[in-house]
Design a protein around this ligand. Structure first.
Ligand SMILES: [Zn+2]
Length: 432
């Protein structure tokens, strides 16, 4: 109690000073690449000095800050330039395939699976596409994607619609709110989510993410110097983000040429349902049972498709545009852990699994046509490629390994919460 009162007084005192008079110094005493001490310096005088927890210890308080869609390479570049000095050098966090928010946070936070891969899916039993914008704005997204329940705060759903209109302003407002919560909360465990960086990366690209990361670093370092630095702090992202403009994949033409059609429900073997949502680098496809290969071949014949995968009697099958004998035999630098991630991705234990997943070439996307109207795409994620799949994890207590699979991150967060039981995959189409 005393500590927080003293802190509040200090923060108030600083608020009256111009930023140029108060600065933060980070000191790495033992040369391990992580700051051990933070000094709040006003007019050349150290006002306050805060010690970081000793490496490998288990501090009583924890802060997890999840930042959507920050590629490892972007974060690592900022760290190499001296930012995020409070953290050990970041790990590469390999997202699942498809490299999408819901799939990745489900694995990162070990929650019950989301209803689908994004917030929209096809319910075979009901013969209906469900989820999407209305449920998202209506506040039902927690049942669509239970990982949201782990966050102590995330932006109100009503902000969501503005992310693509003014991503940078939404990202700033979100960050300021998060800083306020970190300052005010007495909670020993805080899990906070900066979700608008995903829209920022899609629309304004990596440079915008860099600028925003600098804002985060600036505010976070200040908080650490004000006394927050004594707790465990873990930063992480859920996937990467490509760094080039993308255009819309012509799924309609591809299906038509193969004798299929895009439909709202599966009434005949020619019907194909795609619950398009965000503008992303993969397509989750629901076909009539037995049509998987036909649909996969039709789609990969179209410019912009990379490969398509499905399960036949629980065995992974794949075709690609070039007709390779083994389409999953790819450079691990470009497609890390491809075979394993595809096998796991096809068995993602959502209650509503797609039965064909298409990976697009890097300069292509697919998604909700509505979004195309006001978004020019500077980058995307969702595919199996490195730049779209590799996020980051950085801790101020643990030097995490250079590469981490998404499933290995949870113990480093040191949350009190018990992970959800591992869900069992039930295929969309019964074998035989
Ligand atoms: Zn995301």
């Amino acid at each position: 109690m005393f500590r927080s009162l003293a802190l509040a007084g200090l923060v108030a005192a600083c608020a009256g000073l111009s930023p140029s008079e108060t600065s933060v110094r980070t000191v790495d005493e033992d040369g391990d690449g992580r700051a051990d001490r933070f000094e709040l310096v006003t007019n050349g005088m150290v006002e306050r000095s805060t010690r970081a927890p000793a490496p490998g210890t288990d501090p009583e308080r924890t802060l997890v800050l999840a930042i959507d869609g920050i590629p490892y390479d972007v974060f690592a570049h900022e760290q190499a330039e001296g930012r995020f000095a409070a953290f050990f050098p970041a790990s590469r966090m390999l997202a699942p395939f498809p490299s999408l928010t819901d799939v990745s946070f489900t694995a990162l936070l070990r929650t019950l699976p989301s209803m689908a891969y994004e917030d929209k899916y096809y319910d075979r039993a009901a013969g209906e596409v469900k989820g999407g914008l209305s449920e998202r704005v209506g506040g039902d997204y927690r049942s669509l994607a239970p990982f949201h329940e782990v966050f102590d705060w995330e932006q109100p759903v009503t902000w969501g619609g503005f992310v693509y209109l003014a991503p940078s302003r939404v990202a700033e407002a979100e960050l300021l709110r998060v800083v306020e919560i970190i300052r005010e909360s007495e909670d020993p465990e805080l899990v906070l989510y900066l979700g608008s960086t995903d829209g920022l990366g899609h629309e304004d690209g990596r440079e915008a993410l860099r600028v925003h990361l600098r804002r985060i670093d600036h505010l976070l370092t200040r908080l650490l110097a004000e006394g927050v630095g004594g707790r465990r702090v873990v930063l992480l992202s859920d996937h990467g983000m490509s760094d080039e403009e993308t255009r819309r994949f012509d799924l309609e033409s591809a299906l038509e040429r193969g004798g299929y059609r895009l439909a709202d429900r599966l009434d005949s073997p020619a019907d194909v349902v795609v619950p398009a949502y965000g503008l992303i680098g993969s397509i989750q496809v629901y076909t009539a049972c037995g049509e998987e290969e036909g649909v996969a071949r039709a789609i990969v014949a179209q410019e912009g498709a990379d490969f398509a995968v499905w399960l036949a009697d629980d065995e992974v099958k794949a075709v690609d545009r070039r007709g390779a004998a083994d389409p999953l035999d790819r450079s691990p630098q470009l497609y890390p852990e491809l075979r394993r991630r595809v096998a796991e991705g096809l068995r993602y234990p959502t209650p509503h699994p797609a039965n064909v997943i298409v990976d697009l070439e890097p300069e292509w996307h697919y998604g909700l046509r509505l979004f195309e109207a006001f978004v020019s795409m500077a980058g995307t994620h969702g595919s199996a490629r490195y730049e779209q799949s590799v996020g980051f994890v950085a801790s101020n207590v643990d030097q995490t390994p250079p590469w981490m699979d998404v499933a290995e991150v949870y113990p480093y967060l040191a949350l009190e919460r018990e992970p959800a039981p591992v869900a069992r995959f039930v295929p969309a189409c019964a074998a035989g």
